[in-house]
Design a protein around this ligand. Sequence first.
Ligand SMILES: [Zn+2]
Length: 684
Amino acid sequence: MNTPKRYTITAALPYTNGPIHIGHLAGVYVPSDIYARYLRLTGKDVAYICGSDEHGVAIPMRAKKEGVSPQDIIDKYHGIIKKSFSDFGISFDNYARTSDKIHHETASAFFNKLYENGDFIEEVSAQLYDAEANQFLADRFVVGTCPKCGFEESYGDQCENCGTTHNATDLINPKSAITGNIPSLKETKHWFLPLDKHELFLREWILEGHKKDWKPNVYGQVKSWVEDGLRPRAVTRDLDWGIPVPVKGAEGKVLYVWFDAPIGYISSTKEWAAREGKNWEDYWKKDDTKLVHFIGKDNIVFHCIIFPSMLKAHGDYILPDNVPANEFLNLEGNKLSTSKNWAVWLHEYLEEFPDQQDVLRYTLTANAPESKDNDFTWKDFQAKNNNELVAIFGNFINRVVVLTNKYYNGIVPTPNDFSEIDEDVLAAVKEFPNTIGKSIERYRFREASQELMNLARLGNKYLADEEPWKVIKLDEKRVQTILYVALQISTALSVVSEPFLPFTSIKLKNILNVDEKLSWEDVTDTPILLPSNHQISKAELLFSKIEDKAIEAQIEKLQATKIANEQENKVLEPQKETIDFDDFTKLDIRIGTILEAEKVAKTKKLLKLKVDVGIDTRTIVSGIAESFSPESIIGQQVSVLVNLAPRKIRGVESQGMILMTDTSDGKLAFVEPEKTVKNGQEVS
Ligand SMILES: [Zn+2]
């Protein structure tokens, strides 16, 4: 495409069945926000569009589980998600809801146009049916073995393991997700989009036309699907949650969520255009508009095959210029999972790291899963903050601002003769917008963020080499020039950091007291970014060091989640061999009270206890030190097997055994009487 007149940028519509975590941010929302902010800074006409997808079948399922209505679920999570986006500076021009009237109308009209064109196949076919639930099973209502990769928990429309989409009837050993029953087959009428008819178009448009400019991971997936052969896909469902199919004879049926969701980008654009006095059609129907879809890799098939086939069949719409899908982000080596609570939730992050949105944005960009799955670790998060944001970016700015205030009362000094180094540095600064911009335009956000840090490195090195704090004693005029140059670098940073670190950029502009409207090109084209005699403000720290303690707390929190998951999934031991009553009566179990407790030297797990078991007071060594501190259990009543043969443990003779059980967080718990009883009472 030649220079586009305008940009329509879409970010995947999140399902409103849970809050947003770092995986969402890294995969879709931070890169798309960097892209949109960058384009706006270069003066482009941008519509950055998103909204809540409120028709997913996960929503009525979650509602059923929580005993509330689907409306309650979507209202709750739409609010939480929208707030998270705004808290993290995701600068959507519009954030809509697919439950909005304008979307129902837009999606219905879209369906009708294809229906009238004869683009659907209408077919009565046998579909999976759960007689007990009185419901047809599709999408997430059915699980079974993926016909492609053999994954046993595949959904009816897509396998989360290999990403393949299929029809529910393709599943091997399907089971109802509602009742667990094996479904029967029942006839019902549906409308199918014949993807096979669009194969030639897809081959020409993507496999030929976008060989060079689409990311290899996206191109490769599309190629493999097209080459596997495309088949008609049902775009309607027998459900009561969604947009009713707008034709006669379709009562009780709704549009497949993946048919209506991408149309949500169009209806959200309409809503925005109406509010802003723009023409939405310019953003979706004009050839000089560049349409870019930001998504995660699990959505590639919908945005590269199904939605383009719909747009093409409709005839009035442009096609995406690019679909820069990211791979997945893992967390500390494991797949992010909402159901397993294996995630860093954005609202929780902000409670624990208040006002540090940019640290997370930066870490997720510098480590973005652009070409392969990547891992988020708390140690890396700490290192990115302490070693880059604090030590390089923050340190440079702080020194420049402190020295300018100290030597010149915060007034930008007038430079004297520039040295060769000064000239080189000032020339190098002007190159950065171009370098960073090129990376952004090629959807290489990691690379772009590293270039941003290189600009800060340039400033930091310049100061370290020129040492104005030493030169001030020898050559005051030289210091004027050094700080003047350093202040130009600082101003450049305040502009080019904006797409990546929007909160920091505002802070820095306030410190430098510069116009918020400085554009990307100004950094390259304006001869003087920050003029002499301009008054700047006092220093203020842009970033602060994150201590080991804060990181350890996060790692411990994840560790606790892991243990809780393990406990939850723990398979209970099968019942042991049957014994006689006589065998049981051989066990002499008594209630006792712990009188004294101390650690057994050089061991982690052992406590040496003095226990009053009624008949006597005896020493018992117990492996409970990881669950209890000695002082916390004095006076605790316990159950003791008193006639266990004494044995020496670490040199201490133990005369009995305290009965324990496990709790869900992996700790131990005492088996104690429900009321305090006399020591020595038998358990029988
Ligand atoms: Zn699979």
